[in-house]
Design a protein. Structure first.
Length: 389
């Protein structure tokens, strides 16, 4: 059997490692569009941007590991065509056949068209090269568009590097869609305490030379603009081949696509989760675990992927871990215990008297119990603790 993995990120690297760990010894090809070996993305907006991690530390494996495990790694290589009928991939001047194919092509940062003609340098943070460029530019006045995870982590790094920082966010609070109105203000306060000019309910209206005109009428003259407004799945190859796509490659509970020979994992996979319904997750843990699961599925295992989404963030002296998924159905209440003032809390999101998600902030012994509570979907919510106003 011949297995090809398209995507040289963490999901792809996790898949090839799991294939070898499971005893698969036949041909294995890993194709990556970037010139770098697969690497971890969380350090890009954390330690690497802060200067506490060096570039060499982010790689999943070194070149020797791939050689030792007989993985044919093709870096800086674009897949131009996918022929499902013939089970072939088209590369520049070459075709590769496959018996099983894993699409782990990730996602691309969303662009802001109003900035296409900017006289100011505009950066996005997605790749290792992006992070290294951004690290060298964190000085002067940095304007960040978007107060999501990437935007706020970049703001934290920029302030710690001594830059003046303005964050523009169209919502009324940062992270409002994830945390809700009870907890989102905590992150607003955190950044304002560290000197960030956080402008909520505001967007970029226009450009006038080197000036950026905001929707509230303020004019800024930043030295650098960083756009962090989310990402879109790189599903063009799949869609062009005729695979079912909708906000990513549609896969079943076992990560199989609409073609039985093709699987998808990581940011590009829109997964039919047995408990959560259809969901696409753009986080580090999901890339690792879905990559491993897809590898086992390609080898004939038939278990569904049931892991709950998990993510974490580090901003200044605040650390947070989150497990679960509230989703479009929303929640009825949030149970918070601890101290919002001291920024040491655990919190649980409740729907129909069942826990659907939980987090801790700076309570590092709590994550295992939070994971157990969310996984159990406990209905005895009164045991979760007193609600903090």
């Amino acid at each position: 059997m011949n297995i090809v993995v398209v995507g040289g990120g963490l999901a792809g690297a996790s898949a090839v490692q799991e294939l070898r760990d499971q005893g698969y010894r036949d041909d294995l090809v890993l194709i990556g569009a970037e010139p770098h070996l697969p690497y971890e993305r969380p350090p890009l907006s954390k330690g690497l941007l802060l200067g506490t991690d060096e570039p060499a530390s982010v790689f999943v494996h070194d070149q020797q590991w791939y050689a030792d495990h007989d993985v044919d790694v093709r870096l800086g290589t674009q897949v131009t065509d996918l022929d499902l009928d013939r089970c072939h991939l088209g590369l520049a001047g070459e075709e590769i056949g496959y018996d099983r194919l894993l699409l782990a092509t990730g996602a691309a940062p969303r662009r802001l068209p109003v900035l296409d003609s900017s006289d100011v340098e505009v950066l996005h943070l997605r790749t290792l090269d992006d992070a290294l460029t951004l690290r060298s530019r964190l000085s002067g006045h940095v304007l960040i568009v978007g107060a999501g995870w990437i935007g706020l982590e970049v703001a934290s790094a920029a302030r710690q590097a001594g830059a003046a920082v303005t964050v523009v966010e169209s919502a009324s609070q940062p992270l409002l869609g994830v945390l809700g109105p009870q907890l989102a203000p905590l992150f607003a306060d955190l950044h304002r305490e560290h000197g960030v000019d956080l402008r909520l309910g505001t967007s970029i209206d226009s450009l006038e030379g080197p000036e950026v005109v905001l929707s509230d009428g303020r004019r800024l003259s930043p030295d650098l603009i960083v756009v962090g407004i989310g990402a879109t799945p790189r599903d063009g190859l799949a869609a062009g081949a005729g695979l079912a796509t909708d906000n990513g490659v549609l896969v079943d509970a076992c990560l199989r696509s609409s073609d039985p020979h093709v699987y998808a994992a990581g940011d590009v996979a829109n997964h039919e989760h047995p408990d959560l319904g259809r969901i696409r997750v753009e986080h580090w843990d999901n890339a690792i675990e879905q990559g491993r699961h897809a590898a086992r599925s390609m080898l004939g295992h038939d278990a569904p992927y049931t892991r709950l989404p998990y993510f974490f963030t580090d901003q200044y002296d605040l650390g947070m871990e989150y497990v679960g998924h509230v989703g479009g159905a929303g929640h009825d209440e949030v149970v918070i215990r601890g101290s919002l003032e001291k920024k040491v809390i655990t919190a649980f999101w409740i729907r129909d008297r069942r826990v659907v998600a939980g987090l801790h902030i700076n309570d590092w012994d709590a994550i295992d119990s939070i994971r157990r509570i969310v996984a159990a979907g406990t209905t005895d919510v009164d045991l979760l603790g007193d609600t903090t106003p």
